[in-house]
Design a binder for this molecule. Structure first.
Ligand SMILES: Nc1ncnc2c1ncn2[C@@H]1O[C@H](COP(=O)(O)OP(=O)(O)O)[C@@H](O)[C@H]1O
Ligand SMILES: [Mg+2]
Length: 592
């Protein structure tokens, strides 16, 4: 009983969310109401022109009465009318398509830009906790699906409904009896349209999902080829591929089965309607109820009448799908943004680099406390090292320093100014950051370095690269600074990518620095080289350095030793060793 109430509630909520999404799509469409009005007028013109042709053909037939008794004058006039109607139909159809595409793509552009710019205003926490694939999917594929649905809806829905209504009116005008017969057979068309056509649609959708799954397997295989070979899991991934392949085969066969019966079933119904109209019509012609030309017209209406049913049902299925896709895109647009800067927030001008964290508490999961009672004081130009086992909260402290995450309580001061009163961009801009994961964009080496200082000249760039010890390898590249790399750095080694990122920070050195495991993935030789670059970079700059290999931070002014979210020891290297506590344990485990 309770379960039923729960599912009912769930359904209600789902339905109201669905309706809200539809309402929202309509509101977006409302912006284009003039274009819509034009599109509907054009749809009326298309359908009316199409349906008038049989009437004229009927009249043409009636003007050919017997040999020697043909009204040529009327016949030529009718042929002329038909040509004009076909021309109107073609032009209107073209204009309608153009307008519909304009509406759909303008709407989508709006939605996409809104979602994309929203992404940049979301807390880092949202991006961290949402699968990147799903975000990309929502911005690209879901928006595409929405456009397909909308376009299909605009083009086929109006014309379909109009065709059905106008055809019926025209048939009834000629003969009420035939009209009744056609209406009587309508449920048959409905069955085909709403059962078979819908099933076909569902299976085709399944088929494309299976195709995407298969693409995923292939992608995983290509990206992880070395791992797969190393672990000898070739046969396992082959089995995964085979099962994905089998699923694809099944859904493709199902889709094709239903698609194959749609056509014969539709034909069968069309033929039935045609035969019925033919028989009833012939009887009525004999009795003098209508002319042969009228019968010809009514017969061609009978053929056109049942066609739109299939189209409309396909539109419905596609639209339902579109609404689901739209709701996924809207969910990004509706995410809570990072709160705006306070009115009173200031821009940091000349930072001297005095950073204080006072009584800070923070947790990612509000039910599980993590960092408590955190106090750090970094004087101007001091080097603060943060060490501790994986997962102890080193990166979390960096996240708090950059305000990527907001602390739950406590305060942070930069040069005595409360961080809440500093503009976010200005705070983040006061730090130069080098992380373990390098971030490059597709473009030339030159462009990648110049990112920190747009418009920097080549001399400046080269100087920064020299200071970062990156000039050596760049000069050895075939195109030097103009070498184009992909966003993954192409064939550069991880050390070389790291050097590029350091050169970028070197080019425009802020007063404060953050290095989070920047050298952890490098070999010791490269690390030694980069350390020289770092030392140069950190000269007289307040720096927070997270390091895995303790040998790289022994000269730090303060070493913070962390464990499970807490700083358990702090001091200089020698002091900490003397303490004979956790730090000396860590140090001895590496170098003892
Ligand atoms: N975005 C996040 N959401 C939830 N938990 C997180 C998030 N980032 C890190 N954590 C968790 O917080 C703890 C500290 O992580 P982190 O500060 O990255 O450790 P590290 O000292 O290795 O840099 C870990 O247990 C980690 O799983
Ligand atoms: Mg970390």
């Amino acid at each position: 009983m309770k379960d039923k109430v729960n599912t009912d509630n769930f359904k209600k909520r789902k339905n109201s969310a669905y309706n809200a999404t539809i309402k929202r799509i309509f509101m977006l469409m409302a912006k284009h109401r003039l274009r819509f009005a034009a599109s509907i007028c054009l749809a009326v013109a298309v359908v009316a022109a199409t349906l008038l042709v049989p009437v004229l053909t009927g009249e043409a037939v009636d003007s050919i009465i017997s040999e020697g008794n043909v009204d040529f004058e009327k016949l030529i006039k009718i042929i002329l009318y038909i040509i004009i109607l076909m021309f109107i139909c073609a032009v209107s159809r073209y204009a309608m398509d153009v307008i519909n595409n304009l509406i759909a793509y303008d709407m989508l552009k709006d939605i996409r830009i809104k979602a994309f710019s929203k992404l940049q205003k979301l807390p880092v926490g949202f991006i961290d906790s949402t699968s990147h694939g799903s975000i990309i999917n929502r911005l690209i594929n879901d928006v595409n699906k929405l456009s397909e649905g909308l376009l299909l809806g605009f083009t086929q829905f109006f014309t379909g409904i109009l065709t059905i209504v106008l055809t019926l009116i025209l048939i009834f005008r000629v003969s009420a009896g035939i009209g009744m017969a056609v209406v009587g057979l309508t449920p048959l068309s409905m069955v085909v349209a709403f059962f078979i056509a819908k099933k076909t649609h569902t299976y085709f959708k399944n088929q494309s999902i299976c195709q995407a799954d298969m693409a995923g397997v292939v992608n995983e295989m290509i990206e992880g080829i070395s791992c797969i070979k190393a672990f000898g899991t070739e046969s396992k991934i082959c089995r995964v591929f085979e099962s994905a392949d089998e699923k694809l085969r099944q859904s493709a066969l199902n889709a094709i089965f239903f698609q194959s019966i749609t056509n014969p079933a539709t034909r069968f119904i069309n033929s039935s309607i045609y035969a019925l109209v033919g028989i009833v019509g012939a009887l009525s012609v004999i009795k003098g109820g209508m002319s042969i030309g009228q019968l010809a017209a009514v017969l061609s209406y009978a053929v056109q009448y049942s066609k739109p049913f299939n189209e409309i049902s396909a539109v419905f299925a596609e639209l339902q799908n579109s609404v689901v896709c739209a709701s996924r895109v809207f969910s990004i647009i509706d995410e809570t943004e990072v709160p705006a800067d306070r009115e009173s927030a200031v821009e940091l001008k000349k930072v001297s680099g005095n950073v204080i964290l006072k009584d800070v508490e923070f947790s990612y999961n509000k039910g599980r406390e993590f960092i408590k009672n955190l106090n750090i004081e970094a004087g101007k130009g001091q080097h603060i090292a943060i060490v501790g086992p994986t997962g102890c909260g080193k990166t979390t402290i960096i996240n708090l320093l950059m305000r990527f995450y907001e602390m739950d309580s406590g305060e942070m001061f930069i040069d005595g100014i409360n961080a809440m009163n500093i503009k976010r961009n200005s705070l983040a801009g006061s730090y130069g950051m080098v992380l373990q994961d390098t971030w490059l964009k597709s473009g030339t080496i030159k462009e990648n370095i110049a990112m920190s200082k747009p418009g920097a000249g080549i001399d400046e760039i080269k100087r920064a690269a020299k200071e970062a010890y990156a000039d050596g390898f760049i000069s050895r590249l075939p195109n030097g600074y103009d070498t184009v790399i992909g966003h993954d750095g192409g064939n550069l080694s991880s050390g070389e990518k790291q050097l590029l990122c350091i050169a970028r920070v070197m080019l425009n050195l802020p007063t404060m620095l953050i290095l989070d495991e920047a050298t952890s993935s490098l070999d010791t030789m490269t690390e030694m080289r980069i350390k020289k670059a770092f030392d140069k970079m950190m000269e007289q700059r307040t720096s927070f350095v997270v390091a895995h290999r303790l040998s790289t931070i022994t000269s730090a002014d303060i070493i913070l030793v962390m464990k499970d979210g807490n700083i358990i020891e702090r001091g200089k290297h020698e002091e900490l060793l003397k303490l004979n506590g956790f730090y000396s344990q860590l140090y001895n485990s590496q170098y003892g």
